[in-house]
Design a binder for this molecule. Structure first.
Ligand SMILES: *Cc1c(COP(=O)(O)O)cnc(C)c1O
Length: 428
């Protein structure tokens, strides 16, 4: 559908919903209420909604625990000892990887540190890291403290690539240029795949290629990309990546993170790592002997046995992703976000209240649109919320709205547009 065919009318939105092949998934999710009314929930970028089957998945593990206790580790079709295998097919599909390249473990910030142990190996002459400016705080603190841990100064070691003056997003050519110009001193490129503030998707393929040309490892934080945009981590040659599962992957607050390690590192004995028994050769784990022998692939980065109840919630959501597939999800996502973009432009036009800073090119964005607020500040966000819209406010002046294709529909977008129309009268 070309954007010119979009219309600002309820009947158009309803017609789009009627022909949406994913329309029935909405009823598979619990929606929060604001003052008794079901919210227009555009905050899947921060916390995805709870799938209705999640409760039963957790209940089943509670029952396993009640009935089998310690035997639950080894007996039954869902023996916990092999639980790491369960999420692999879905995770591999979501990030474009082989199953042995992915594993669910720990939390995102923890995994960033663990992966840095393996992939940030600075020397006196080659110690710099390229990242995007304005990265998510946890990522900034991680980089800063890793650099100091190795005895370098963040000011000297961390090169932040930002937008050019007067622009809001970062040009791929500027990232590539920096990779080439710093190559002699560069130890790592580590950045977001999808920037949380602007909603920009970086050209991970081009960045990875540039890194390979200069022989520098590259890692991506995919917190906002996993389950949102198409990813081909294996084919792009990305060295490592990690993401959380509670945003677009709808696995519940603080739930487990995912890790990708490219298969070229599956058996690389020169990579240092911080090990635990769960990364040790599964067949020999219970020999309880000295001498760490990592499992093949991403599994070799595991430290500890997993939180089974958390993984149950993770799986409830991944099974939905498996059923739908990223291709269909993305197709709807482009239409849905395109509709939101069209309506915001139609309505806010020349009001001067706000401006979309997320790229217009669909290849450079996921479902989120970031609105830079020029007039009214946070009051604009509060006005949306009062009217039942859940988005989020990010300092200093951005509202993020993420219509997610699994549970949002075109009517949500239309209803938001009506609220926007009303709100603008107050702030223009
Ligand atoms: C959400 C998010 C995090 C959160 O990290 P946790 O360890 O899950 O608390 C980190 N980095 C980015 C880029 C994020 O978007």
């Amino acid at each position: 559908m070309s954007t010119t065919a979009y219309q600002f009318s309820e009947s158009f939105a309803r017609a789009m919903d009627a022909q949406d092949p994913l329309r029935n998934y909405r009823s598979n999710f619990h929606f929060p209420k604001i003052e008794g009314q079901e919210a227009i929930y555009f905050c899947g970028n921060s916390l995805g909604l709870q799938p209705k089957p999640t409760e039963a998945y957790i209940q089943r593990e509670l029952q396993n625990w009640a009935e089998k206790a310690v035997d639950g580790h080894f007996y039954g079709e869902d023996a916990w000892y092999h639980i790491r295998k369960k999420s692999k097919p879905a995770l591999a599909q979501i990030v474009g990887a082989h199953e042995h390249e992915v594993v669910a473990m720990n939390n995102l910030s923890t995994n960033l540190h663990l992966l840095m142990v393996s992939f940030y190996r600075p020397t006196a002459g080659k110690f710099k890291i390229i990242t995007e400016s304005g990265a998510f705080p946890s990522d900034m603190y991680m980089l800063e403290t890793q650099v100091r841990f190795h005895g370098f100064e963040p000011d000297q070691a961390i090169i932040e690539i930002g937008p050019r003056p007067g622009e809001y997003t970062i040009r791929t050519e500027d990232i590539i240029e920096a990779i080439h110009s710093h190559q002699d001193q560069l130890a790592l490129v580590m950045m977001a795949g999808l920037q949380y503030y602007t909603g920009q998707v970086f050209d991970m393929k081009a960045i990875s290629q540039a890194c390979q040309q200069v022989g520098v490892p590259v890692g991506f934080d995919l917190a906002h990309a996993a389950g949102n945009v198409p990813l081909q981590l294996h084919n792009w040659g990305v060295d490592f990546a990690t993401w959380c599962s509670y945003k677009y992957l709808n696995s519940g607050p603080g739930n487990v993170s995912g890790v990708f390690v490219h298969e070229r590192h599956a058996e690389n004995p020169t990579l240092p790592r911080f090990a635990g028994w769960w990364g040790h050769d599964e067949a020999e784990r219970f020999k309880m002997e000295k001498g760490f022998k990592p499992m093949f692939g991403a599994d070799g980065w595991q430290l500890a046995n997993s939180n089974v109840l958390a993984l149950a919630a993770h799986q409830a959501s991944l099974d939905i992703f498996q059923e739908v597939g990223m291709t269909k999800l993305r197709k709807k996502s482009e239409l849905l976000t395109g509709y939101l973009e069209f309506l915001i432009r139609e309505i806010s036009g020349t009001s001067g209240v706000l401006e979309i800073i997320t790229p217009t090119n669909v290849h450079e964005r996921g479902c989120q649109l970031s609105l830079l607020i020029h007039k009214g500040g946070k009051a604009v966000f509060d006005e949306f919320y009062k009217n039942g819209v859940v988005g989020d406010w990010r300092n200093p002046n951005v509202i993020r709205l993420a219509p997610t294709p699994l549970y949002n529909n075109f009517l949500d977008v239309y209803l938001f547009a009506k609220i926007l129309e009303q709100s603008l009268q107050k702030f223009a």
